[in-house]
Design a binder for this molecule. Structure first.
Ligand SMILES: C[S@@+](CC[C@H](N)C(=O)[O-])C[C@H]1O[C@@H](n2cnc3c(N)ncnc32)[C@H](O)[C@@H]1O
Length: 333
């Protein structure tokens, strides 16, 4: 289905960008991956492994909420709401009354979240439009890595962008796009020759929009990714797009169209640098492991990690996500 939709669009325009291809595969209103399928068939996020993740995040957020004297939490890209449930349960156990707002683009996932969170006091939105003057924390877990990216390659000192022709074959077309030069200047990178790299302009648009909505408080981004220094190392010259299908990771986005996840490692330097332009000041950038290390206490251990099952879940969380997940906190100034 998606293949025909893509081919018809390409027939009209001659070619489409990789960004448009990724957007269609993941978010086509009817046939897009996130619009019809539960992603846990293909990959797991920590909340599907353990509710300890929600308890840890609640503790982490609580420190910031106390500073603000607020209790508002907005989760963007909340999927089917499992993490929201775990965070709200943790808050209740600690006697904290949260105002929780979910923003989820997929109606399919939003409806599942509404069913899961029946009886909980949660507000649901399809986008950020309805939100204003948020004073609290806006956060996301694996949102930015699911936003469609443009792909470029530097060949003989010229920059080319990746497009697809009507057979869905890759073609590189030279670009003279000031946005690319501006982006590379902002993140302070000079691209080596024969190097493939991605630019996530949707992430920058998202940051800009979030900043407008956040009047006072913090933006917390939790995701797979690295700083630009790491992403532009020689051994990453084939780029950072990864696909997930039936719990296997691979590098071919042109198969299982609309039925597999396509994701791209987040360039945290771009979030930090563009954030500064939108009055979001980086105050913390750490691995999840370091965040857990800061939070974990004797009290937490005896209260929540007190049997063999929980110990196993905790180890799984640390080993699978501790280093790979990064946590960026930006304060609205
Ligand atoms: C990789 S999934 C992560 C889901 C969930 N946070 C988790 O950790 O399991 C990304 C989610 O972000 C949602 N999403 C993508 N773009 C969005 C946008 N602009 N606004 C709100 N949600 C969005 C997708 O529909 C999907 O549910």
């Amino acid at each position: 289905m998606i293949e025909n939709i893509l081919k018809n669009e390409i027939k009209k325009n001659g070619i489409i960008s990789f960004e448009r291809f990724m957007e269609t595969c993941l978010y086509h209103e009817k046939y897009g991956y996130y619009m019809k399928k539960l992603y846990t068939e293909d990959y797991l996020t920590p909340q599907y492994v353990t509710n300890l993740y929600g308890k840890i995040l609640f503790k982490f957020f609580e420190n910031f909420l106390k500073k603000l004297n607020k209790s508002v939490l907005v989760e963007i890209g909340a999927g089917e709401g499992i993490l929201a449930k775990h965070i709200l349960d943790a808050a209740k156990k600690e006697g904290v009354d949260l105002r929780y707002i979910i923003v989820e683009r997929s109606e399919f996932l939003l409806n599942r979240a509404k069913a899961l969170l029946e009886g909980y006091d949660v507000e649901f939105h399809k986008n950020l439009k309805g939100l204003n003057n948020i004073s609290g924390i806006i956060f996301s877990n694996e949102l930015f890595d699911s936003l469609p990216v443009r792909i470029f390659k530097r060949i003989n000192n010229r920059i080319y962008e990746l497009y697809l022709n009507e057979n869905l074959e890759e073609v590189y077309i030279e670009v003279n796009d000031s946005i690319v030069n501006e982006y590379l200047r902002v993140i302070n990178v000079s691209v080596p020759n024969n190097f493939k790299f991605e630019i996530n302009l949707k992430a920058i648009d998202m940051l800009r929009e979030i900043s407008k909505k956040l009047s006072n408080g913090y933006l917390v981004t939790i995701d797979y990714g690295y700083s630009a220094d790491e992403l532009f190392k020689e051994y990453r010259k084939e780029g950072n797009v990864i696909c997930h299908y039936r719990r296997n990771a691979h590098y071919n986005p042109y198969i299982n169209l609309g039925n597999q996840d396509i994701t791209c490692l987040v360039n945290f330097t771009s979030l930090i640098k563009y954030g500064e332009k939108f009055s979001l000041k980086c105050i913390m950038f750490k691995s999840l492991k370091d965040i857990i290390n800061d939070i974990i206490s004797e009290e937490f251990l005896t209260k929540y990690i007190n049997n063999i099952k929980k110990k196993f879940e905790f180890l799984y969380l640390l080993l699978n996500f501790g280093d790979k997940y990064k946590v960026l906190v930006q304060k609205k100034i």
